[in-house]
Design a protein around this ligand. Structure first.
Ligand code: FES
Ligand code: FES
Length: 230
């Protein structure tokens, strides 16, 4: 064995022991590998072909409604709520949008005799039906409805934002009561009291929230009309 020859054990050790050069080479290779996907992703993001396409316009659908006694033919998207159809398509902005999720009652209108939250129903579901909004409660342009007069006389509002919904709800409430409908507050559903109690009115109006807290005066106004004293 010459002095320059390496012992087999020495050669094996040299292969296994990390030299400074080997360490730097492998570290550089690892850095290149880990950086490669990032560069690729950036290149992809900059490619116009991979950009998301804008959504296609929703098709419009015809809806025929009788609103406050007048015929309307609207073209709306299928997802349009009755509230938005009234406000944005029929330009009847008396009906208010409070929560837009069925919690406040500001959007209450009367559809085919029943009060509903117009934010919770689609306009296309009411094709051919009759809708009464706050603009349609007065019998004519000059005379207020009894419930509207009572709200003024009893001072049953402050800011007035909830008032259109309160008025529609109260109108339907009185009709429901006169038709003999019971409520959760009716003590004995076999009998109807001669007069709506405050508890009955509060229960039947409980879907209409008033942030100003005009509740006592709202109850007084509804009671006055229901008892024929307004
Ligand atoms: S806006 Fe419809 S319930 Fe509040
Ligand atoms: S009057 Fe203001 S929310 Fe009812």
């Amino acid at each position: 064995m010459s002095p320059v020859d390496t012992h087999p054990h020495d050669a094996s050790d040299a292969a296994q022991k990390p030299s400074r050069r080997r360490f730097l080479q492998s570290a550089a290779a690892a850095a290149a590998v880990s950086a490669a996907p990032h560069v690729h992703a950036q290149q992809q993001a900059a490619t116009p072909a991979s950009a998301p396409m804008p959504p296609a316009a929703a098709p419009m659908m015809p809806v025929k409604l009788t609103i406050n006694g007048h015929p309307y033919e609207l073209q709306v998207e299928a997802r349009t709520t009755l509230l938005d159809a009234l406000r944005e398509y029929a330009n009847l902005t008396g009906t208010k949008k409070g929560c837009d999720r069925g919690q406040c009652g500001a959007c209450t209108v009367i559809v085919s005799g029943r009060r509903i939250n117009s934010c919770l129903t689609l306009a296309v579901m009411h094709d051919g039906e009759s809708v009464t909004t706050v603009e349609g409660l007065a019998p004519d342009g000059d005379t207020l409805a009894p419930i509207q007069r009572a709200f003024i006389e009893k001072d049953a509002f402050q800011c007035g934002y909830c008032t259109p919904g309160q008025l529609c709800s109260a109108t339907a409430l009185i009709a429901e009561y006169r038709a003999g409908d019971a409520s959760a507050a009716t003590a004995d559903v076999r009998f109807r009291p001669a007069q709506l109690s405050d508890d009955e009115i509060r229960e039947r109006m409980s879907g209409n929230i008033c942030r100003c807290g005009a509740y006592p005066n709202i109850v007084a106004a509804v009671k006055a009309v229901a008892s024929g004293n307004a």
